[in-house]
Ligand binder design. Structure first.
Ligand code: RB5
Length: 152
């Protein structure tokens, strides 16, 4: 799978580790940065880059990491068509795809350890949207909210 990864300084080390793990498992990784540790960089820049890569079809899924995962998820969800979820349990990491067609997984590198992060990423990447009618209906309602309310 082609996967876009991005992080600010808070998630920099974990992002590199996850990218290496995914590449080792045969995935095609698009690393949108940060490409060097910069304590002054800003998570919205990387959320934008990951979201755009997914929206443009340059990547099928995205993984975004910041300190808590909160800022990354807030920013990524500002892009229409991006369904980002902050998941620190494996149930949500796969159910978010199966039911909600989550296309960006957000993680907080200051909150979880490396082994759990790997498991969450594997659960996210292995999951597929179920396509069930009730989920399609709910996603259509989200798309309608985007259309109606994403700008003032
Ligand atoms: C950066 O210090 C930190 O605020 C950021 O990585 C993230 O936790 C925001 O949600």
């Amino acid at each position: 799978m082609r996967i876009a990864v991005g992080s600010d300084h808070g998630g920099f080390a974990l992002k590199n580790e996850i990218a290496r793990m995914l590449a080792g498992a045969g995935h095609d990784i698009l690393d949108v940065g940060a490409h060097a540790f910069d304590p002054a960089d800003d998570y919205p820049d990387f959320a934008r880059a990951v979201g755009l890569a997914v929206r443009r079809g340059e990547a099928e899924r995205g993984i975004l990491i910041c300190g808590s995962g909160v800022g990354a998820s807030v920013a990524a969800n500002k892009l229409a068509g991006i369904r980002a979820g902050l998941c620190h349990d494996t149930y949500s990491a796969h159910q978010g795809v199966e039911h909600d067609n989550m296309n960006v997984l957000c993680l907080g590198a200051r909150v979880i350890g490396s082994e759990l992060a790997h498991e969450l990423v594997r659960a996210f990447i292995s999951a597929r949207f179920s396509g069930e009618e009730r989920h399609v209906r709910r996603l259509a309602k989200i798309a309608a909210i985007e259309k109606e309310l994403m700008s003032y």
